[in-house]
Design a protein around this ligand. Structure first.
Ligand code: SF4
Length: 257
């Protein structure tokens, strides 16, 4: 149920506005996610029924380069290897993959990342019988197990495992249990919004930041984290120049931090 705005309590009002927005995000039907801005590439990345390896390989590539560039790598490789089907990826040797990475300069670390790309293909083949969707489908896993499965791919760290699992649940609407336990990862943008709105004190600890995010949307706190980060990125500028456009403007005390 939607929460009302008690005008007498600005902090509670801000909490309720954020709750309503998080709930809306949680419940909205699935939409195409623009991972790269390239329609052909995004269509394959979003098609986790037929081409789930695109999503997994993109996650493996997402490190130390702009995410749009990393997420487009499977599409570029598919154009080089004869099509988007997994069997075409599987037919590539490590040398083939390295040659494409180097020729097209796909990544900042072409040698290392072409190795991880090849290892990921082999792992999808050997562990998941060529169907990467088994990572989130095999034996009805909860979020923790999905994160563990991503983390078992060479080159995939803790943060990417969390990100991948969160995208599956939040954007792809994969019905995973335990979304309330996906780890919160705060950053300076989130801290700024929470401190300026007064939802946490100016000297808040990491624990207080995490607790404030959980309090906003306990069913799926990671969605509140996403929402607050986007608010920080879009509106909460250093010089308060975005406040006029911010949906919290009317109630936010705009604490100086
Ligand atoms: S009203 Fe201004 S200070 Fe408050 S959250 Fe929005 S952008 Fe940030």
């Amino acid at each position: 149920m939607e929460r009302n705005y008690p005008m007498s309590d600005p902090k509670q009002t801000i909490n309720n506005i954020l709750f309503n927005k998080a709930k809306e995000l949680h419940e909205k039907p699935r939409e195409i996610v623009a991972f790269t801005g390239i329609p052909e590439s995004d269509a394959l990345l979003n098609d986790n029924e037929n081409y789930p390896h695109f999503f997994v390989l993109a996650c493996v590539m997402d490190r130390q380069i702009p995410s749009e560039r990393a997420w487009n790598i499977p599409y570029i490789i598919s154009q080089e290897c004869g099509g988007p089907e997994f069997e075409n990826f599987l037919a590539l040797t490590l040398d083939d993959i390295y040659t494409i990475f180097a020729r097209k300069n796909l990544h900042k670390f072409n040698e290392k990342m072409s190795g991880y790309f090849h290892k990921a293909i082999i792992r999808i083949h050997s562990e998941y019988k060529d169907n990467a969707a088994e990572i989130w489908q095999l034996a009805q896993p909860d979020c923790k197990l999905v994160m563990k499965r991503f983390g078992n791919f060479p080159g995939v760290g803790h943060k990417i495992s969390i990100m991948a699992t969160d995208i599956l649940a939040r954007d792809f609407k994969v019905p995973l249990k335990g979304v309330d336990e996906i780890e919160i990862l705060s950053d300076s943008r989130i801290e700024k919004v929470l401190k300026r709105t007064g939802l946490v004190p100016k000297n808040a600890s990491e624990r207080q930041i995490t607790d404030a995010i959980i309090k906003i949307y306990p069913d799926y706190p990671k969605i509140a984290e996403f929402l607050i980060r986007e608010t920080g990125k879009e509106y909460c500028k250093g010089d308060f120049s975005g406040c006029d456009r911010c949906y919290l403007n009317e109630y936010c005390p705009k604490n100086q931090i």
